[in-house]
Write a protein that binds this ligand. Structure first.
Ligand SMILES: *Cc1c(COP(=O)(O)O)cnc(C)c1O
Length: 371
């Protein structure tokens, strides 16, 4: 079976280093707030250029804490993409703010910049661009809108570690960048983990306290926060993996190029728009999605599965069309692109260890399946 993501292959490639790192944490009982967490925060921040990094329990918490620390609360509105994982929207709602969905662009699958302005009201407080599938949102355009309307920008980088927009890594462009280290993400821990990066020292301090019960010192709390910790074991694992992320990212990009080559001209398969050489760093291919005939997608996926290939869909029900958001009173026609995409998208296996032979096999099976 070729899985969507092969976590075992990655572990095998760095097993000795990982096992050693884990053993050290256990020997030291450095489970929380130890040197491994500090080392990770320092290393991760330095890769974005002297920014602050605060480790937290997962990216859903990171987004919630970020918005909360930027004063989002009831009465406010926060704009995000209609096509994202529900965590983005949950984090907005958890602050008390109202989530306002924006339709997406059919080529990039990301928030449609041209449609954002129409959604801005006197209550709009922030925008959460989601770099979906690993593709950077046009942060220049987001920045222009944000400064014109005095909005905060929290980047959801859960799928986009190391993606760049005009020479800057995503996450370091808005006020705050939020990352997930869920095992299958481009940089994955062995459980849940996440972090926040920001350039603003004051904000970093508030974020750190919010993630730690509003604590200043051991028994003193100046406000109520939550309990959201990056633990030592996860940090130690991430410290090892961080050394490989450049290499893994390049391999993902090379694999996308191989898919592009092997799927070229295949009738019935629309490829995602793949940025050209100059803009190539804008996409780190967390997911490689193609589009197929909506009436045949289930059959195609079944066929692929019987050929030993796992496929996925990111995501088959756009958020405004989910029952969870029925209360917003939308209809699929309000989000024509997201609603169109949800029925057509199909994700193919994508991970650094994927070989050209496997990519050729997957492409051949897809060709046969769409016939
Ligand atoms: C995975 C993901 C999240 C949530 O991350 P967790 O660490 O699982 O909480 C948020 N946004 C997007 C786009 C994601 O893919």
């Amino acid at each position: 079976m070729i899985p969507l993501v092969d976590l075992k292959a990655q572990y095998r490639s760095i097993k000795t280093e990982i096992d050693e790192a884990v053993q050290i944490v256990i020997d030291e009982a450095a489970f929380y707030k130890g040197r491994h967490v500090r080392e990770f925060e320092r290393k991760f921040a330095s890769m974005f250029g002297s920014r602050h990094c605060v480790g937290v329990a997962n990216c859903t918490d990171a987004l919630y804490i970020a918005l909360k620390c930027l004063d989002c609360s009831s009465g406010d509105e926060v704009i995000t993409a209609a096509n994202t994982f529900i965590a983005t929207a949950e984090a907005i709602t958890a602050t008390g703010a109202k989530v306002v969905f924006c339709d997406v662009d059919p080529e990039t699958f990301n928030i449609d910049i041209a449609k954002i302005r129409n959604l801005i009201t006197l209550h709009t407080k922030a925008i959460v661009p989601v770099h979906l599938c690993g593709r950077a949102v046009d942060m220049t355009a987001i920045g222009e809108i944000a400064s014109e309307f005095k909005l905060k920008v929290v980047e959801d980088c859960a799928q986009a570690h190391w993606a760049e927009w005009r020479g800057k890594k995503v996450g370091s462009i808005g006020e705050i960048g939020c990352f997930s280290f869920y095992p299958s993400k481009n940089l994955g821990a062995f459980g849940d983990a996440g972090c926040i990066i920001t350039d603003d020292e004051q904000l970093a301090e508030t974020v750190r306290m919010t993630a730690d019960h509003g604590r200043t010192k051991k028994y003193e709390h100046i406000f109520e926060g939550i309990s959201s910790r990056l633990d030592g074991l996860q940090a130690a694992i991430l410290n090892v993996k961080l050394n490989y992320l450049d290499e893994w990212t390049v391999k993902r990009q090379a694999n996308a190029r191989l898919y592009e080559k092997h799927l070229e001209g295949v009738e019935g398969v629309k490829q995602p728009e793949i940025p050209d050489e100059r803009e190539f760093k804008t996409h780190v291919f967390h997911v490689f999605q193609v589009m197929v005939d909506p009436r045949r997608r289930a059959k195609i996926r079944e066929k692929m599965s019987s050929d030993g290939i796992e496929t996925g869909m990111h995501y088959p029900i756009a958020l405004p069309n989910q029952l969870a958001y029925k209360y917003l009173g939308h209809s699929p026609a309000d989000f024509p692109v997201a609603s169109w995409l949800q029925d057509r998208i199909m994700s193919l296996p994508m991970y650094p260890e994927l070989t050209e032979e496997q990519i050729r096999y997957i492409s051949d099976c897809l060709k046969k399946a769409v016939k």
